[in-house]
Design a protein around this ligand. Structure first.
Ligand SMILES: Nc1ncnc2c1ncn2[C@@H]1O[C@H](COP(=O)(O)OP(=O)(O)OP(=O)(O)O)[C@@H](O)[C@H]1O
Ligand SMILES: [Mg+2]
Length: 345
């Protein structure tokens, strides 16, 4: 429903393998939102293929924007700004969204806003919260990142720590692939874990006793590999694993990841003195993680905001962080570039 006299921003998301657009108002009302997933295109490869992702964005970006405006019952000339994620992500994917956004900004004479995808994941916590969620410790647990930040406000954050190798979501995807479960692996592993014993395997929890706020999931992934198949060459496609073992490995792996995430999130609040945690990204959809982090926050008298389930994985609604940039007058020139690599700011 349209709100009169409130500014409206078209947000565009194309950092990885979802083509998404949304129209958001100044007071975070979602007037339209479309997400075109590419899971079906990447499933057979058990991970995102950058070339395929970029070409699918090229096909879909304009129809997705068009459908979003139709859902919102708006025309381009009803908008007040165009926002786009320009960092971090896959180069080819980012380029498609950024070029679409710049073209629209030029054609419509609208200001252009740059969105940091990671901070947008954390901002998803603000979407349905009536109270301000910042300042906070912000945690991104996604397919490409596992990072902790200290946020003074939505736009000002310092990096506290993060994974030195695989991201949590990536580990879920790789473990799922070894267990013969479908891509993306997070939901599948989580489903099997519900019928497994989290203590069946004593998997490593890297850095859990260290003071740093870093993570490492590659040793855990290797331990899972040995638990499934032992040493030596193995063809996972033909490997036969009993249903009970799939469930037990899933539960034990998931518990190891959750232990690390919960421990470091709480440690980040102790280190910074902050009393609020905000969590976003695909792995934040994991029910065990949500439950165990909530319990730990209750025990430590901390306030916890986890992104609503529908805004954990990639979407354009979390681009609502652009509202903050609009209010602060932070606009970009039409020379806006992409910044694909892992960033720590
Ligand atoms: N219930 C779940 N449990 C665990 N992991 C999950 C669950 N649901 C989704 N995931 C994982 O979330 C990841 C996708 O999340 P998201 O879309 O935020 O990542 P991304 O956008 O690819 O990465 P980034 O945001 O770092 O660029 C996948 O790795 C997927 O397996
Ligand atoms: Mg993401």
């Amino acid at each position: 429903m349209e709100t009169p006299n409130k500014f409206k921003i078209l947000c565009i998301e194309s950092t990885c393998d979802e083509t998404a657009a949304a129209v958001i108002t100044e007071n975070r009302e979602v007037l339209g939102s479309v997400v075109a997933s590419q899971d079906d295109l990447h499933e057979q490869f058990n991970g995102v293929v950058p070339e395929i992702a970029a070409r699918a964005h090229v096909q879909r970006i304009i129809p997705v924007i068009d459908q979003t405006l139709k859902n919102a019952e708006l025309q381009l000339n009803d908008l007040d700004a165009i926002a786009v994620c320009n960092t971090p992500g896959l180069s080819g994917s980012l380029l498609v969204g950024v070029v679409a956004a710049k073209s629209l900004a030029l054609a419509c004479g609208l200001p252009l806003i740059a969105i940091n995808h990671l901070h947008a994941h954390v901002y998803a916590c603000q979407l349905e919260s009536t109270e301000p969620v910042f300042p906070c410790v912000g945690m991104i647990v996604s397919g490409g990142h596992t990072h902790l930040y200290q946020y003074q406000n939505a736009l000002t954050a310092q990096y506290l720590g993060g994974t030195i190798d695989d991201a949590a979501g990536e580990a879920f995807d790789k473990v799922a692939s070894m267990l013969g479960l479908p891509y993306p692996g997070g939901p599948a592993v989580s489903q099997k874990a519900a019928n497994g014993d989290p203590k069946a395997f004593d998997f490593p929890r890297s850095f859990i006793h260290d003071k740093n706020l870093d993570f490492s999931f590659s040793g855990l992934k290797t331990a899972v590999r040995y638990a499934i198949a032992g040493p030596g060459e193995v063809d996972f496609k033909t490997l036969e694993i009993s249903e009970q073992k799939i469930c037990d490995v899933s539960a034990s792996f998931q518990q190891a990841v959750v232990d690390c995430l919960v421990k470091k999130a709480i440690a980040a609040t102790k280190q910074t003195g902050l009393k609020t945690i905000c969590v976003g990204g695909g792995v934040a959809a994991n029910s065990s993680f949500r439950e165990q982090l909530r319990q730990a926050c209750d025990q430590n008298q901390l306030t916890l905001h986890i992104a609503p389930l529908k805004y954990c994985t990639d979407n354009a609604v979390m681009g609502a962080i652009a509202i903050e940039r609009y209010k602060a007058g932070l606009f970009e020139s039409l020379e806006l570039d992409i910044q694909p690599g892992l960033i720590r700011h």
